[in-house]
Design a protein around this ligand. Structure first.
Ligand SMILES: *Cc1c(COP(=O)(O)O)cnc(C)c1O
Length: 416
């Protein structure tokens, strides 16, 4: 995809060229300037309406301008936005209580993003290895094709060389294995622990999001849990993309019949307001005052908004909607796969994180479909070159799912 060509062909009241004169070009942006949103719709500066099946990359849990979020934002902004963690604040306590009561975890730490939540998890696992297991050089095993963030430790944890290139030296203490491969994991642990125990933690996504919407296998995760229990290895689940109801259960790990020792959340947690969290069970809660911190982390503003997201998921029974709309979406995509068998090789996902994989011999990429879908008035995002990802707000309606399917059908027809 060439964003420059797109920028020239699309009209825009806002000069995207001028934007690029001032903002670093770290992103290959689609040439849209979005100005407003409501529910699952957004509008650009030309007044054009789009159905939003990106939701700020699996982030706008309740869509745009949801009254619960607007109310929480307004009320908390009028009350108290930030005080630091030198003091207690009520929204942080409310949010932690809700998350602990609705998960396998016993304690929460708050920060501002997914990468930061994973950094906290990595630090906690390392401290546990040093202080509880006497490991001097702890190793964290992660999966190929994973995604854990863009800080130095989290690009190292990410098992995709394209995110690491030119940023070395990377952080020591990581080792990669193929995803969903129990034998490879057993072999890696046996090899790494040969002289003395070194493996501190295994960090995995329950469903690999950026890596191509690849769900974990039940049998694999059962085996991972068993291996961790046998060897006192901590299981860290990265729930940043799949958590907060997106999978049809509140947490991705619930689809796999296991509980992690540590898990992280961000993206959907704040419904669009930046917040991250790292949660753990009591047995590995080894942080003491001074061990870890974040100035903004857990501020009353972000926590009040995230708490309103949590309450709305419950009050509006959104998990049931995610399950029903997810089934509708996957069945529609399966019909498209039957209509275009030579173009589509797989349909997969959980709840409202679903992927359509293009066959190896299709001559176009997922980004090509995205470009046509934009013209059809639907926003979609690829997950790698050959996978089209569907991550709409959890409030999406049956009619909106059908509209998105029509747009994808039209795009495939045009490209066929
Ligand atoms: C997006 C993502 C992250 C990084 O989150 P940021 O908020 O961008 O730092 C980490 N892990 C997973 C699984 C993600 O999808």
């Amino acid at each position: 995809m060439s964003p420059d060509t797109l920028a020239k062909s699309a009209p825009s009241a806002y000069s995207t060229a001028e934007f690029d004169d001032y903002v670093m070009t770290t992103y290959a942006r689609f040439p849209l300037t979005l100005t407003r949103g409501s529910g699952c719709r957004v509008w650009d500066d030309q007044g054009r309406e789009y159905l939003d099946f990106v939701a700020g990359i699996a982030t706008c849990t309740l869509g745009h301008a949801h009254p619960a979020i607007t109310a929480a934002v307004t009320e908390q902004a009028q009350t108290l936005i930030h005080v630091s963690n030198l003091y207690y604040n009520t929204p942080q306590g409310n949010l932690a209580k809700w998350l602990v009561e609705h998960s396998c975890a016993d304690r929460a730490f708050f920060c501002n993003s997914g990468a930061e939540a994973n950094e906290a998890a990595i630090k906690l696992a390392r401290k546990y290895a040093h202080t509880v297991r006497n490991i001097t050089n702890p190793i964290i095993i992660t999966a190929n094709a994973s995604f854990h963030g863009r800080t130095l430790a989290t690009i190292t944890a990410t098992g995709q060389p394209k995110y690491q290139q030119n940023f070395d030296p990377l952080v020591p203490g990581f080792h990669y294995v193929p995803y969903n491969d129990t034998e490879a994991l057993k072999t890696a642990i046996a090899h790494l622990d040969q002289q003395q125990p070194q493996v501190a933690a295994i960090m995995l996504e329950g469903l690999q999001g950026e890596g191509g919407v690849r769900p974990g296998d039940l049998s694999y995760f059962q085996a991972v849990r068993q291996l961790c229990d046998e060897k006192q290895i901590l299981l860290i689940m990265d729930e940043v993309q799949v958590g907060m109801g997106r999978s049809g259960k509140l947490w991705g790990y619930e689809n796999l019949g296991i509980e992690p020792d540590i898990f992280t959340s961000a993206k959907g947690l704040g419904g669009g307001v930046p917040i991250g969290a790292m949660l753990c069970k009591s047995h590995c809660n080894v942080f003491n005052p001074g061990d870890h911190a974040s100035t903004f982390g857990g501020n009353p503003f972000a926590c009040a908004v995230a708490f309103s997201v949590c309450q709305t998921i419950e009050q509006e029974n959104l998990l049931a909607n995610v399950q029903a709309r997810g089934e509708q979406l996957r069945s529609g995509l399966t019909q498209l796969a039957q209509k275009f068998p030579h173009l589509i090789s797989d349909v997969r996902g959980w709840g409202l994180i679903d992927g359509l994989e293009l066959s190896a011999d299709s001559t176009f990429t997922a980004a090509d479909i995205v470009k046509i879908a934009i013209q059809e008035g639907v926003l979609l995002v690829p997950a790698g070159p050959k996978v089209l990802r569907f991550v709409p707000p959890l409030i999406v309606s049956a009619e909106e799912i059908d509209l998105a399917l029509v747009a994808v059908d039209r795009a495939l027809t045009a490209l066929n």
